[in-house]
Design a protein around this ligand. Structure first.
Ligand SMILES: [Fe+2]
Length: 250
């Protein structure tokens, strides 16, 4: 088994030697902090993804109400913008429309990869874009609240949360980015500075994103306060991922 960055990172014997588990978790956490994400491939059958991930914090319930969501395309929903269909998404962070803090981490693992391609998760580290902001731009994004609404698909399902937050916050010294290219509601007068940031960020995302193509059992875990993510379109309705949203634990 190999990891994207450390070939020695192996889950093959996870759970059998406590000292090895500590060393593995330490190497994994270092990768997560350095790169903002970890993609582990060739995870053995029997590995308990959710048990491993529980070490990073408590889980939020997903739209289904379950702590471990099944990500399967819902029939009859391809006509709207929606995480649980087969169409491409726009770059976003998860939980921008939640009251309070969005999930610190998102993790997905693959039960059934799609036949015929597509269905990849795409990622971009947003911290370099934030670090490049001019002082007045950053101040604006940290102080101007915006209204955020859930996707059209969630609204159709009666799960349309809505909230008001600035795009940037600092929590315990950690920069928190909320981002949605298409579900942030822009008020007159607030459009120009933020539209520039949204468009610039989307251009960089489109040009420089990382593409994660899933094989069975693959684990993808990323920092949702730092990384933008999206999804490419796919056809195969059998595609099945599991997903957890992990709370910030301070
Ligand atoms: Fe998402």
């Amino acid at each position: 088994m190999q990891c994207t960055y450390i070939s020695a990172l192996s889950f093959a014997d996870y759970g059998s030697h406590p000292e090895c588990d500590v060393a593995l978790r330490s190497a994994y956490t270092a990768l997560l902090e350095k790169n903002g994400y970890v993609h582990v491939t060739e995870v053995p059958d029997g590995f308990e993804h959710s048990r491993f991930l529980a070490g990073f914090g408590d889980f939020y319930p997903g739209p289904s109400g379950k702590l471990i969501d099944d990500i399967i395309a819902e029939p009859g929903m391809d006509d709207v913008y929606y995480g649980a269909n087969r169409r491409a998404l726009m770059p976003h962070t998860e939980g921008y429309e939640f009251d309070g803090l969005p999930p610190r981490y998102l993790a997905l693992w693959c039960i059934v990869p799609p036949v015929g391609g597509g269905g990849e998760t795409t990622l971009l580290d947003a911290y370099p874009l934030i670090e490049a902001l001019r002082v007045e731009e950053r101040n604006y994004l940290e102080t101007q609240p915006f209204d955020w609404q859930a996707s059209e698909g969630l609204r159709r399902r009666g799960l349309g949360q809505r909230s008001s937050h600035p795009i940037l916050e600092t929590i315990d010294g950690i920069t928190l980015l909320r981002f949605s290219y298409n579900n942030i509601l822009l008020l007159p007068g607030a459009v120009e500075p933020v539209a520039s940031f949204l468009n610039r960020t989307k251009q960089v995302f489109d040009a420089e994103h990382i593409t994660i193509k899933y094989q069975r059992n693959d684990l993808l875990h990323f920092d949702n306060w730092r990384m933008l993510h999206s999804r490419t379109e796919f056809e195969d309705a059998a595609r099945h991922l599991k997903r957890v949203q992990i709370r910030y634990r301070g």
